[in-house]
Design a binder for this molecule. Structure first.
Ligand code: GAL
Length: 452
């Protein structure tokens, strides 16, 4: 084995304080596999990946990294790395194959075994209720664009709380609603592959309502619950100091960073920046404004990069476009995302500024780089440095007295990266996708040392 030459950093987990939460994040569709085992119903990702051309190399999550069968091995590895908090999501269609109606006890059993195994080994579970894998049966009825989703979701959340709430205390209602509505119902690049405003605007509104309703259900059914939800967020920098670029950046910021948190805080949609959002009115009913509000115990912010935004007359509704990182001569990850550590600091600051945000955790941060397996080792110095540099910025925020109470690395093992398939590897642990063998990368060794 190659002896790791781990770059020095100067900080250990202890420097962030006793109460700081350190963990790793995952999502069901990206890791579980077992896509049709034990009565699991199809999700929109099963359907979307089955259509040629949607995913890089036409890959899919049918097996993924087989977490369904390998969860014990993975949890024991987490334990050996001193990881104490594990964020994973529940697959709605594993629990309710048709999205509503009959409960699949085998699905409940799987999550019970997983939760119990975590607890037996000293890992605290952090459960995301929805990480993008809507049951296909519900998509057939319109999915997030159908207002009935509010009732479907409430029923699903109640079932999960009753089944697992005696042992799971940390809950996140939605994962990145901007991404699943934007990529799934406006751009069509994620499941269910819908395009245009007609589906996007109702999907946004219903997700905002579900976010709050879900929070209320968790709080009412789970004793001593710690209820949060998660948001994608990126620092937005105007391409130049021209007023048009500054305006374009403020529109992108409203859409990418503010659209989902502000209604939950009672601030409404950012219609003054993006006037097309006024059309959400069409899908609104009396009481919706109040029902969108929920006082979360914590907000999970998920940051990877920053975006540089330029005015562009031809982009509908916002006249703004993102200037790709590859066109800007900056250091990038395999996702073509700029490596820009101050972005995480600026996002912590931005979310701190909202009155009504009580606690902030970084529920995802990480990077995909080309990993080379050599002599059974992966010396992923780029990832390691990325994590260290972003953590320096988290520490800077903490030193300045900003709220930041935890940090979860995205992600534990390499996995299925949505439209990009298996190419971008984000894991602390390398996976040989043919044999499902796990190999700790240098970044994983470093994280272990950091936590020890
Ligand atoms: C987030 C998402 C994760 C993961 C990550 C890296 O947006 O929640 O599922 O894919 O990005 O791209």
């Amino acid at each position: 084995m190659i002896k790791d030459n781990l770059p020095s950093f100067g900080l250990t987990s202890k420097d962030f304080g006793e109460d700081f939460t350190w963990g790793v994040s995952t999502a069901a569709y990206q890791i579980e596999g077992a896509y049709n085992l034990h009565n699991k119903g199809a999700s929109i990702w099963d359907t979307f990946t089955s259509k040629k051309g949607n995913i890089h190399n036409n890959e899919h999550g049918q097996v993924a990294v087989d977490f369904y069968h390998k969860y014990k091995e993975d949890i024991l590895l987490m334990k050996a790395m001193y990881i104490k908090h594990f964020r994973f999501s529940l697959s709605w269609s594993r629990i309710l194959p048709n999205g509503i109606g009959a409960i699949n006890n085998e699905g409940i059993d799987f999550y019970n075994k997983l939760i119990n195994f975590c607890l037996e080994h000293g890992l605290t579970p952090w459960v995301t209720l929805y990480h993008w894998d809507l049951p296909e049966a519900l998509q057939q009825k319109g999915g997030w664009a159908n207002r009935e989703i509010i009732d479907w979701f409430k029923a699903y959340v109640s079932i999960c709380c009753k089944a697992f709430g005696d042992r799971v205390k940390n809950w996140m209602v939605l994962n990145e609603p901007m991404v699943f509505t934007g990529a799934g119902y406006y751009l069509g690049v994620h499941a269910p592959g819908k395009k245009g405003l007609k589906q996007f605007l109702p999907a946004v509104h219903h997700a905002v309502l579900c976010q709050a309703e879900g929070g209320r259900i968790v709080r009412s059914l789970v004793a001593n619950a710690n209820v949060g939800t998660t948001f994608s967020c990126s620092q937005i920098t105007p391409y130049s100091s021209k007023p048009k670029d500054i305006l374009a950046a403020s529109k992108a910021d409203a859409l990418l960073n503010r659209l989902f948190i502000e209604p939950s805080l009672g601030m409404g949609y950012p219609t003054e920046n993006v006037s097309v959002l006024k059309q959400i009115e069409k899908y609104s009913k009396p009481g919706d404004v109040e029902n969108s509000i929920f006082e979360f115990d914590f907000i999970g912010i998920q940051n990877y990069t920053r975006e540089v935004v330029k005015h562009n007359y031809f982009i509908p509704y916002i006249q703004a476009r993102i200037v790709k990182a590859s066109k800007r001569a900056v250091k990038t990850t395999l996702m073509d995302w700029e490596v820009y550590p101050p972005s995480i600091y600026n996002m912590i600051k931005k979310f701190n500024a909202y009155k009504g945000v009580h606690k902030i955790l970084i529920t995802e941060n990480g990077a995909a780089f080309t990993d080379t397996l050599l002599n059974n080792s992966v010396h992923d110095v780029d990832r390691l440095q990325y994590l260290q540099n972003y953590l320096q910025q988290v520490k800077k925020a903490q030193n300045e007295g900003l709220k930041v109470d935890g940090y979860f690395v995205w992600t534990f093992t390499d996995n299925f990266e949505w439209a990009e398939g298996y190419k971008p590897r984000f894991g602390l642990v390398y996976v040989d996708f043919k044999t499902q063998k796990r190999i700790l990368k240098s970044s994983g060794r470093w994280f272990k040392k950091f936590l020890s």
